[in-house]
Write a protein that binds this ligand. Sequence first.
Ligand SMILES: [Zn+2]
Length: 454
Amino acid sequence: MLLILKTRLLSLVLPTVFPQHLVSCRLRRQKNALLAILSLAGLFTVSAAFAQPVALTNARIIDGTGAPVVFPGTLIMDQGRIVAVGASTDIQVPDGARIISLEGKTLMPGLINAHGHAGGVRGLETGHYSEENLLRQLALYASYGVTTVVSLGDDEEEGFQLRDNQNTADLDRARLFVAGPVLNPATVEQAVTLVDQTAALTPDYIKIRVDDNLGRSPKMPAEVYQAVSAQADVHRIPLSVHTFYQQDTKDLLRAGADHIAHSIRDSHVDEEFIGLMMERNICYTPTLTREVSTYIYESEPEFFSDAFFLAGVDAEVLTTLREPERQQRMAQNDAAQQYKAALPIAMTNLKLLSDAGVRIAMGTDSGPPARFQGYFEHLEMWMMQDAGMTPMQIIKSATADAAACMNLSDTGSLLPGKWADLLVLSEDPLENIRNSRSIEQVWIAGNQLRRPRF
Ligand SMILES: [Zn+2]
């Protein structure tokens, strides 16, 4: 059995032990022996790239597509990918596979956050964008079972590099997809220039905001976002839009927007709006927890005593958010109170759109200060249930639909050929989506993550 360490860890450990130019066959054998010992000692995760196939058996399998549960089911992964999945009676476990029985447990795809942000915030402070901070946050997302994050804006070079280097069976953090800077052109000419410049970075999305922040700032004029949309089409890059008002969003859909990145919060969606969404099968990302974050710290939120939340949060951040003056400022902030009033509208709209057949891509807008990466994706799903969606609809929206909506073809469902990004839960999320918190295992590209138990 050949056990190999993760490439990144290798590069940290090996230069001192085996300088590159001295590595002979004999040394390589010694190196492998050393790595085997370290791996067996549980110091590092074993890379899927060289490990044996793994068979997860006896599981209740939710594949993410909305298909009925398979039970008892077996999933085989090898070289980082799912190679077979189905009823245990139909799946042959390959010789030499490592077999893990998941009796009584649920197997489902890793969660996809269709609207997050990564890399910039440390504690409650912005301005910390770096590879190290990105990796820290992508590990945090992953530990909560969020195995893919679509960052819709404020992405810099390090984020693009991580995006480019994640198609490997060595991966041990959440996948990252990026939009680059949020574009804010003032004129049609600027719109064209900015889209061209951003397209050169090869983003997965182009992102704009069409919002007046509740009447407090100027809104991007229609001819400018129309130019952004047309130029994004030239480069064949989908356009994701931050909006607030129903009328703007209709106008943006007519201008060719490809993804609605927030809830409509000023009014209940009407037939015309639903028609425009359905016409091009456009996806809608509610970000209900974004609304929560705008007012919830006016007092101490209930989740501050939730162990599942506390496992992923910095104590200093909690101390700051508990400061009475800070809470008072939020309680007296007009915008906070307006967003609070808008939340029930957003929740009703989610149910109306879901019932109408509009594709919902779960997303939170987590990442900015006090929008907690990892925990907020669970809170979002719980709120989606409170809004009236069924657990199966919510899981689909947080896995296969989120992937399809964000053009991610390699992940999002437990189907052969996809990356083996998956979760093992001890409780059945179909009974109550709040059981999403019962995560026992997270696998990314066939690698089981070492993570704290919540
Ligand atoms: Zn955002």
